[in-house]
Design a protein around this ligand. Structure first.
Ligand code: URA
Ligand code: CA
Length: 442
């Protein structure tokens, strides 16, 4: 038995909390025995004093075990999960599901809806007419074993400790704490049942971590926690100073994913998907050699196998797979407006957050938990940093279902772009890779 003020006192003085003390706090909080005000004080102490890797790993495991621990053992093979810390025009999961599963990686994807500039992967897929994410446990496992991939909404009882702590952090100014962020993310991955974990830790104006150094710290910490929990973890540090892909929305992100699988689509999104998918193949042990893995993935795209795989996943979840051949079968917005360049030049900067917020406010994402997403609306950008724009030619397009919002969003997106007469360097997408052996800058 512990006395909560003693634990707070210990953390306040920067001492190391024991595993049992951490367990006591998490159990007591989830049961309702420890009140918000004591946990708030502890969170603030953690914010100022930090936690070492061991404490953070203990916190992560206590949180992971606060609810259901998903058992994926009925699925054959090694289960690899990929997680992104969040960004704008991040369509990678939509691409990875079919791409990696088309070459033998088993993907049991559990994805939340959540809040953000666009919906989550579940919302994006639900823009496909008929598509359903409500699979029961048996149907989910069965689909992954037969087809290779399936997606389902997150279990309501996954890591209740995180739901409670996150809500408390949100109102006590303790969200931006490395050990709290790392334990929040990793507890959900570990409870989700993955044996191996790939993390895409983004940095830049459109990301949670604003600097490369902070993203690197977070990535290293999460790799360490994964290893301590016996789950091999690889983290990538990637750019989010501009949107990753070209589409910011829901139905249009399905289109962009389809374009990548057809061998078209933007090279930035493609190159990141290729890196993540080949790493998934290595971790799942379906391929030993990285170069061969990439070759197989490219071949799967070239032969149409990856696109067929996407159709199979969609059909299995009652969606209409023909949307991938005929995009007009997807929900369409009533209004659209193209933004055209006034002069010839280069894109210098794109304020990803501003575009993300514009997309959210016209209905592509949720501001509040109960908001309803409009699958048809969003923003296409045609040009990324370093790319050339021509006078009178479009560089972005707004899709909206409300004429007034269309014009408002157009102004926002226009203001988010900065141009220059001089040539501008393109931004690197993948900056570093972190494994248990250390950091490799790329
Ligand atoms: N994402 C999470 O899931 N948790 C955090 O604390 C921050 C980002
Ligand atoms: Ca401590």
């Amino acid at each position: 038995m512990f006395f909560v003020p003693d634990i707070i006192e210990k953390e306040k003085r920067g001492l190391k909390l024991s595993k049992d003390e951490i367990q006591f706090i998490i159990d007591g909080y989830v049961k309702g025995d420890i009140p918000d005000y004591q946990v708030s004080a502890l969170l603030m102490a953690i914010y100022f004093k930090g936690m070492d890797e061991g404490e953070t790993a203990d916190l992560t495991m206590a949180m992971a075990h606060s609810g259901e621990m998903v058992d994926l053992s009925p699925i054959d093979g090694i289960k690899v999960d990929k997680h992104s810390t969040g960004g704008i025009a991040d369509t990678t999961t939509l691409v990875l599901l079919p791409l990696a599963s088309s070459v033998g990686v088993k993907i049991a994807k559990m994805s939340g809806r959540g809040l953000g500039h666009t919906g989550g992967t579940v919302d994006k897929l639900e823009s496909i007419p008929g598509f359903r994410c409500e699979l029961d446990g048996k149907a989910f496992i069965n689909a992954v074993n037969t087809i290779g991939a399936a997606i389902t909404g997150q279990s309501k009882n996954l890591v209740p400790a995180d739901k409670m702590l996150y809500a408390l952090r949100d109102v006590t100014a303790t969200v931006d704490s490395m050990p709290l962020i790392a334990s929040s993310i990793m507890s959900k991955k570990i409870a989700g049942g993955a044996e191996k974990i790939i993390l895409d830790v983004k940095f830049g104006s459109g990301a949670f971590m604003k600097t490369y150094e902070d993203a690197l710290r977070l990535g290293r910490l999460m790799v360490k926690i994964g290893e301590l929990a016996g789950r091999e973890t690889v983290a990538y540090i990637t750019d989010m100073d501009q949107p990753l892909g070209l589409a910011i929305g829901n139905a249009i992100e399905v289109i962009e994913a389809a374009e990548i699988l057809k061998g078209r689509g933007h090279e930035d999104l493609f190159s990141l998907c290729l890196e993540l998918a080949s790493q998934m193949m290595l971790l799942a042990k379906v391929e030993k050699d990285k170069t061969k893995a990439e070759k197989k993935l490219k071949a799967s795209i070239k032969t149409g196998k990856a696109l067929e795989q996407f159709k199979g996943i969609i059909a299995n979840q009652r969606g209409n797979p023909r949307v991938l051949d005929d995009y007009s079968l997807l929900p369409k917005a009533n209004h659209q407006l193209e933004l055209t360049a006034q002069e010839e030049g280069y894109v210098k900067k794109i304020d990803a957050v501003r575009i993300g917020l514009a997309a959210m406010k016209i209905g592509a994402g949720r501001q509040k938990k109960d908001d309803i997403i409009d699958p048809a609306v969003g923003v296409w950008i045609y040009k990324k940093v370093g790319e050339k724009v021509s006078k009178g030619k479009p560089f972005a397009k707004i899709l909206a279902n409300d004429a007034a919002k269309l014009h408002w969003a157009a102004d926002e997106v226009k203001s988010a772009f900065e141009f220059s007469y001089e040539q501008v360097e393109k931004r690197k997408v993948i900056w570093a890779k972190i494994t248990k052996d250390g950091v490799r800058e790329l």
